[in-house]
Design a protein around this ligand. Structure first.
Ligand code: ADP
Ligand code: MG
Length: 245
């Protein structure tokens, strides 16, 4: 490995009360990598992602984001979060704001960008997700796929070093999944560092630099997609892939 990992997780445990959801996760993501996390429902994928920006507080272990230990009490977590874009299953757009306003509000409030600059950057990123013509629309006037692309543009407008995606296409009608995956494929091609929880096995197979299979709060196996999908080493991986493919 050369240089610093974008994410470096060591010995991560997370419990909710008596329920141990993450049971010792070691994972690193290097600059420019696209790491896809797959695994059954309840295996801890969302919790893992949420620990990276401390939406969940780890019970034990270490998480470094671009070299900064996020569990260190002295860490400025707001500063770390500014460098991380997160896209969820639910788009969480402001319904009373236009698309342009949705993509500028955090730029103005958090990054203190001026109005003209924020508008210019919003326009660039709406162009990037193929929605340059929707800046004046309200979320309710858009399809689910378009709304999710606005959510991606909103995250990109903050110049993230890292993008986290938690099942970004799971709430979409099947015919709208492709347009969102196409945007994500484009980001990967631009070299964006991405950690993606997904059920889209064809996407993972084609776009991931590495696939991580989680079950029961541990990483069961990980490797290049051709290996994990083509020659899984672990029986649990084979059983999961057999169910979903
Ligand atoms: P996945 O994303 O792989 O489906 P999650 O990380 O969402 O899995 O959840 C893993 C387990 O942790 C599940 O059993 C879930 O019910 C539990 N869990 C997740 N969040 C909480 C929470 N805030 N409080 C209690 N239990 C939780
Ligand atoms: Mg989940």
């Amino acid at each position: 490995m050369t240089g610093m990992s974008t994410i470096q997780i060591g010995g991560l445990h997370k419990s909710f009360g008596k329920l141990e959801v993450l049971r010792g996760i070691d994972l690193s993501v290097d600059p420019g990598e696209v790491v896809c996390v797959i695994g059954p429902s309840g295996s801890g994928k969302s919790t893992l992602l949420r620990c990276v920006n401390l939406l969940e507080e780890p019970t034990a272990g270490s998480i470094r984001v671009a070299g900064v230990e996020v569990t260190d009490p002295d860490c400025d977590i707001d500063e770390v979060r500014r460098g991380i874009g997160m896209v969820f299953q639910q788009f969480n757009l402001f319904g009373h704001l236009t698309v342009r306003e949705n993509v500028t509000i955090a730029q103005r409030r958090v990054l203190k960008r001026g109005r003209a600059e924020a508008h210019r950057i919003a326009a660039e990123n709406l162009e990037r997700v193929g929605l340059a013509d929707k800046a004046g629309a309200y979320p309710a006037q858009l399809s689910g796929g378009q709304q999710q692309r606005v959510a991606i543009a909103r995250a990109l407008a903050m110049d993230p070093k890292l993008m986290l995606f938690d099942e970004p296409t799971s709430a979409l009608d099947p015919e709208l999944v492709g347009e969102v995956l196409a945007v994500m494929r484009g980001l990967a091609a631009e070299g964006m560092t991405m950690l993606v929880v997904t059920h889209e096995m064809a996407f993972a197979r084609e776009v991931a630099s590495r696939v991580v299979f989680m079950d029961g709060g541990v990483i069961v196996e990980q490797g290049p997609p051709a290996e994990v999908f083509g020659r899984p080493r672990e029986e649990r991986t084979r059983a999961f892939l057999h169910r979903v493919l």
